[in-house]
Design a protein. Sequence first.
Length: 257
Amino acid sequence: MKMFAAERRDRIIDLLQERKRITVKELSSEMGVSEATLRADLNKMELDGLLTRTHGGAVLNDEKDNETSFNVRQKKNKVEKAKIAAKAFQLIEEKQCILLDASSTALELAQLIKDTPIRLTIVTTGLQTALELKENPDITVILVGGVVTNKSTSIEGTLGLDILDSVNIDIMFTSANGFTVENGLEDFNLYEVQLKREIVKRASKVVALIDSSKIGKSSSAVFAKVEQVDKLITDEPIHDDIRSQLLVKNVEIIIAD
């Protein structure tokens, strides 16, 4: 059975987490994929900061450098994420039902909401986000059900989709590993992407929380086309060319300064 690029890359990360280093030959025999295809995958994954290429193979970056580690992503560009979260917070109104994904930027937003006396229903796919919000008595927290994987703080897969049919999501706040005008919002975890794709379809509005380092960068799999994004909040002015293309597609750009 043919594997999609995102599935191959998820499998490569899984194998590297088990073994720490692997050769292209080993990957090829393990996955039944040509060495040329795998070399291209490894080169792309190195550009995305997920691994380091070695002669004939690859090694997993130290956890301190590995973008797939939530703890690392949480610390990365923290000042920018805090600014973006503060701007996103201004869009929230009493009695809304909002969705926060499992991103580190959405967790920043949850930390602002936690200490605010505001009545909200918050649906989330993030374990840490749910734990953060449960102390606020004015907030009803709904955790989307699904699979919890090793080293992840997010719910994956589509097992819990039924619960989304019981709520009306006014705003989905989501981040991504990459954002381009051509593809939209992209992430590296195929199973998390599947769930996000379904949530995007059900949300009245989608607000993308993207720090400027992610703009123009691609990742493994698309979960929202640009046409599905209502607002983009970022920390720095966007290149004029990208800005004009986004405005044509009716994406409102908000700069958090």
